[in-house]
Design a protein around this ligand. Structure first.
Ligand code: ADP
Length: 159
């Protein structure tokens, strides 16, 4: 079985993430979606809330496992899960430099783990931070985030 790790903050999951997971399932038999719990950014949603939204959006597919990634190197976590591919999404030129650095650092740390990039599609302009900003200002996010996320964002910002 070929598998991949898709790690991120998912604060919250957007339809951009969902589309990368769905495209990833064309290439891989299983995808482990790993929620980074000790992100440097201070998250809007708790880990439990982020996992709940992930479960709701993509957890129904038996090929998708949702897990949390608390500490240590991503390459070590991948090894532990028996997976040798890290899946990432590329949105725009702006993502490229940071992703190039991370992919090569991870390759340096463990030559047996490779990073695979998938191009963003319809949701190339969507990021969790922009979604939060728009939500905080009362913007309509339907079609950009899963329904439960929309609901939770509205509740967070008291709308
Ligand atoms: P982080 O903030 O830790 O990078 P994210 O949850 O924002 O975590 O992103 C995880 C991965 O998903 C990254 O590879 C990112 O480029 C990708 N991604 C995020 N949003 C989109 C999108 N709209 N389309 C495609 N890929 C995306």
């Amino acid at each position: 079985m070929s598998g991949a790790i898709y790690a991120g903050s998912f604060d919250p999951i957007t339809n951009g993430h969902v589309s990368i997971i769905n495209s990833g399932l064309v290439a891989f038999d299983r995808i482990i979606v790993a929620v980074l719990t000790n992100t440097k950014k201070s998250p809007l949603f708790s880990v439990a809330e982020r996992i709940e939204m992930l479960e709701d959006a993509v957890g129904g597919d038996p090929r998708v496992e949702i897990d949390r990634f608390d500490q240590g190197l991503l390459v070590d976590y991948a090894r532990k899960k028996g997976v040798r591919v890290v899946l990432r999404g590329l949105r725009a030129v702006g993502d490229f430099e940071h992703e190039l650095q991370m992919a090569n650092m991870n390759r340096h740390l463990d030559e047996g783990v490779e990073t695979v990039f998938l191009m963003a599609n319809d949701f190339f302009y969507v990021s969790s931070s922009l979604v939060k900003e728009a939500a905080s200002l009362g913007g309509n996010l339907s079609g950009i985030v899963p329904e439960l996320v929309e609901k939770k964002l509205r509740a967070k910002f008291g709308q």
